[in-house]
Design a protein. Structure first.
Length: 756
């Protein structure tokens, strides 16, 4: 940072910047609007090195947005100038991503000590421009001093499950650049496809890049087509994409999965598996048993592959996966068992750690570092590895406490393959519920970390897995507008308590997305719903909200479609009987949103107080314990917001009916989706009590009975008096060999508890 630039920063900081409501995402760290306007016309020039990418990018972008064709010059005495002022830093301790954007009478100046800062300043300026052709554009005087909080601001894209062409990958990189993201995590290999050319092993793409069919519908349906599917990126493609990303100051981190998620590679080279038997590229989604066998020839193969990968990607980190590696084959492999004994390892988990550490030593020898999913913590973390924490934040916290660098990517806030609107109105997704507001509420630095430990949090990223995402248009739909919320979180200027203000700026971005023909989700304009206990203690309260004006919501209570003549929403709707509510947003006499429909089934437990011994996992906890008594039945085909998920824990719930009631049946709903590691419980036991202290067992339901009833359990008994009802569902525990997720903890998904 130059001395003058530093003094300007200090002066502006001490003046106390007021945060102007500029339509910029991510919101600048400090900004101040002043009286006056700069007039941008075709006579304005861009003062920059004519050969610089940044100058050419700004020139082209202004022309695309406004129709103004500005000259790019290296010197000018004209009164109307956009100056890209790249300063020589005084020393090496400068922030390459910091910039100053100043708009005054005859000058727009973007000032930085590195082209990264210049590029980010350009992105802020572009967001202030109109998106229609104009001969004269007025821009308000403003001063902005800006820089990001986190050094890893990333987005991921899975190209193994579904392949996306080179030109779309460039578009995806453009989308990241628009919002000042700096890392693209490119998932290139998995069980269902190998997408990167390796010249030493051409069979990896000749065989491994193509599968003879794919799953159709959801995993639960177990349906397949027989269409050959695949594709891959040549090394020339990758060099072109890496160069394209580098111009936009985005680092591409490649992911080559190991030791699990390897079936596509093993279809080409079965000799690197434990069984050595021929297999095909996987058609089904999920976690599969065939993994790399840790023998010398396997390591030689992987080192050859990584040598070519490292030559293609200049990133500091190489992602090696390390997640969801079943141990079934290793347990039954004489070589693996002998290796465990030879190396003095405790078990297969330590064998995985041995595998990852071998790979890390090789990657380190090439001057690079590895990063892997948080399973690489199991059995001992490789010495220099960074951790990407996806199964919640616990793995990241543990790694940071061990002084390892961490990228936070928990499924609770950062999985963009989850539903973002009401699942009934959304394209098929894997499950979960992650709306824009939830993304915006994310804090990448856990409160459990000390100040020193928090320095190991590099940042965060969102993941876009593509089992259910086949087209570029669908990728865009899942990405936008959630990427805007994530970008502001990672820039460090998000204020969850002021979400409405962010939402207003986000909506101002939508015309730009439309001009660029980006297929963004409009789910924020849906009528959103929330349930809570009724203030009367009888039934529930049903709250409706709109991103615009909730008073313009129209609704019906008899299951008919809403119209402009329907009831106007003002206060939470009291639900005291079985009924169906339909609602929509109306403006100008026309319906402007999809119709939201919710059917309620009330019973004696609905709306009552409920307590859990174990809290659900943060990924699946929308509504908390109350969702088990909210009168809404979970959707079994789109298990999004209505289900509570317990990972490795039992579901133990106690409902207080408020007074002694005569009861004669207790019901509970369970979900099974083995491909997602969701298993029925070992058993369900129901109890009753009159005082909440002494519980009497009514019935124990076996796992066989749960399966035969497809998770819909109704326990009927002789009528009795009770005020409290308890349900204990025992988690399936560690997943057995031969089942999806073998060796991992099971998920237990629970919904409505009913009492009659």
């Amino acid at each position: 940072m130059s001395r003058n630039y530093f003094l300007l920063f200090i002066l502006m900081f001490n003046l106390g910047f007021s945060q102007a409501q500029l339509p910029i995402i991510p919101q600048p760290k400090m900004s101040k609007s002043r009286d006056g306007v700069f007039i941008l016309t075709s006579k304005t020039v861009i003062l920059a090195n004519p050969k610089s990418f940044e100058g050419q990018f700004l020139q082209k972008s202004i022309a695309q947005l406004t129709g103004l064709n500005l000259k790019l010059v290296s010197a000018s005495k004209l009164p109307s100038v956009i100056n890209l002022n790249l300063m020589k830093p005084a020393n090496d301790n400068y922030d390459k991503e910091q910039y100053n954007l100043s708009i005054t009478n005859n000058l727009i100046q973007i000032q930085a000590a590195d082209n990264k800062g210049i590029f980010y300043g350009i992105q802020s300026l572009l967001q202030m421009l109109p998106i229609s052709n104009q001969t004269e554009i007025k821009l308000p005087f403003v001063e902005i001093i800006d820089k990001p909080k986190y050094s890893w601001r990333g987005m991921h894209l899975d190209c193994a499950r579904h392949f996306f062409p080179k030109e779309f990958i460039k578009k995806y990189i453009d989308y990241l650049a628009m919002y000042k993201m700096n890392t693209f995590h490119w998932h290139l290999t998995d069980d269902q496809g190998w997408r990167i050319e390796i010249k030493k092993y051409p069979k990896l793409t000749e065989v491994g890049a193509w599968r003879n069919g794919s799953m159709v519908g959801h995993y639960n349906d177990q349906k397949y087509d027989d269409k050959k599917y695949g594709g891959y990126y040549t090394q020339a493609d990758i060099k072109e994409i890496v160069a394209y990303a580098n111009e936009r100051h985005i680092t591409i981190v490649p992911e080559i999965e190991m030791p699990g998620h390897a079936q596509a590679a093993l279809s080409a080279f079965p000799q690197f598996s434990c069984t050595r038997k021929p297999i095909e590229v996987a058609k089904q989604w999920g976690v599969l048993d065939d993994v790399f066998c840790p023998k010398e020839e396997t390591f030689a193969f992987l080192e050859d592959v990584l040598t070519e990968v490292i030559a293609l990607f200049p990133s500091q980190y190489i992602h090696v996966g390390g997640d969801e590696c079943p141990k079934t084959r290793w347990k039954n492999c004489s070589h693996c068992q002998n290796l465990i004994k030879e190396k003095g390892l405790k078990d297969e988990h330590e064998l995985q750690s041995y595998f990852v550490q071998r790979i890390e030593k090789f990657v380190n020898s090439k001057g690079r570092k590895i990063i892997g999913w948080d399973e690489i913590l199991e059995g001992g973390l490789a010495p220099n590895a960074a951790v990407m924490s996806w199964r919640g934040t616990e793995g990241g916290i543990a790694a940071a406490k061990q002084k390892h660098y961490v990228v936070m990517s928990p499924g609770s806030h950062c999985y963009f393959d989850h539903y973002q609107g009401e699942p009934k109105n959304e394209p098929l997704a894997i499950g979960g519920y992650t709306p824009v507001e939830k993304v915006y509420s994310f804090n990448p630095t856990p409160k459990e970390l000390s100040f020193e430990e928090s320095k190991y949090i590099l940042g965060a990223q969102a993941n876009l897995w593509t089992e259910y995402i086949e087209t570029p248009e669908h990728v865009e739909y899942m990405l936008f507008p959630r990427i805007m919320a994530l970008s502001e979180v990672l820039w460090g200027t998000s204020k969850p308590e002021q979400y409405k203000e962010f939402q207003n700026r986000m909506i101002q971005q939508f015309p730009l997305l439309e001009k660029k023909n980006i297929n963004y989700s409009k789910s924020i304009f849906e009528v959103t719903t929330q349930v809570s206990p009724s203030q009367t203690g009888n039934g529930i309260a049903f709250t409706l909200k709109s991103a615009n004006d909730s008073s313009k919501i129209k609704y019906t209570t008899d299951g008919s479609n809403p119209s402009i003549q329907s009831l106007s929403y003002s206060n939470p709707i009291e639900i005291n009987n079985n009924q169906t509510i339909k609602a929509a947003y109306f403006e100008g006499g026309k319906q402007k949103s999809a119709t939201v429909e919710q059917t309620f089934y009330l019973n004696k437990a609905t709306g009552k107080k409920i307590e859990l011994v174990h809290q659900p996992h943060e990924n699946y906890s929308i509504g908390g314990a109350f969702s088990l008594v909210d009168g809404m039945i979970g959707n079994r085909t789109k298990f999004g917001r209505d289900w509570l998920g317990f990972w490795g824990k039992d579901a133990v719930a106690t409902v207080d009916l408020g007074k002694k009631e005569e009861i004669h049946s207790i019901s509970v709903s369970m979900l099974s989706n083995e491909g997602s590691w969701i298993y029925y419980p070992k058993s369900i036991e129901v109890f009753s009590s009159v005082d909440g202290q002494n519980f009497q067992s009514i019935q124990l339901v076996s796992s066989e009975e749960i399966k035969s009833n497809k998770g819909e359990i109704v326990v009927k008994f002789t009528a009795q008096k009770a005020q409290f009802v308890k349900v204990i569902a025992l988690n399936n525990g560690t997943i057995a060999d031969g089942y999806p997720g073998a060796g991992a903890q099971s998920w237990l998904f629970v919904d409505e508890i009913g009492v009659e």
